[in-house]
Unconditional design. Sequence first.
Length: 204
Amino acid sequence: MPETLTPAQAWRALRDGNQRFVDGTTSHPNQDAARRDELVYAQNPFCVIFGCSDSRLAAEIIFDLGLGDAFVVRSAGQVIDEAVLGSLEYAIDPLGVPLIVILGHDSCGAVAATVGAYETGKMPTGFVRDLVERIMPSVITAQRNGVTDVNTTVVEHVKQTGKRLLETSQVIAAAVNEGRTAVLGVCYRLKEGKAELVSGFGDV
């Protein structure tokens, strides 16, 4: 794999790795002592994966990646906050990563909690409320489009998260506009292990 990939090449590498995972033919690349030595003083990841914190959604495993391949940022329900934005912007500049993948999954507890709050009018307590408040705009959009089930709402939330990311971060929006990176929305199916593209900004 070349040191610098285009957004399209980065997505192809992820897609191929996920297919190996689905097929049970993973190669576990870049996981040896030589790779550790290579990465001691610098990193050059070819993608950012911004995904849900769910324990079933281990990004490096489902895309068959190794050390230094992916810059991974996670929060429950892949919710955007200031720390997430700072982490993603760092990946774009100075790291120069050519691809950001927003990774959602079916049976997402954070999205399910938000759908429940929308339907009952009862908000959760503690900081879980903050997660629900941040996911709620996606749930409202889904409901207005006639979508009520959790898994289809997850797809809408992934799409809306990509839009909000570009609206909120001038650094990421500029990188996409200049063709230096792309932002893709991907949904993972827990049973099949398949990661499917659902939205995209930029040339891939």
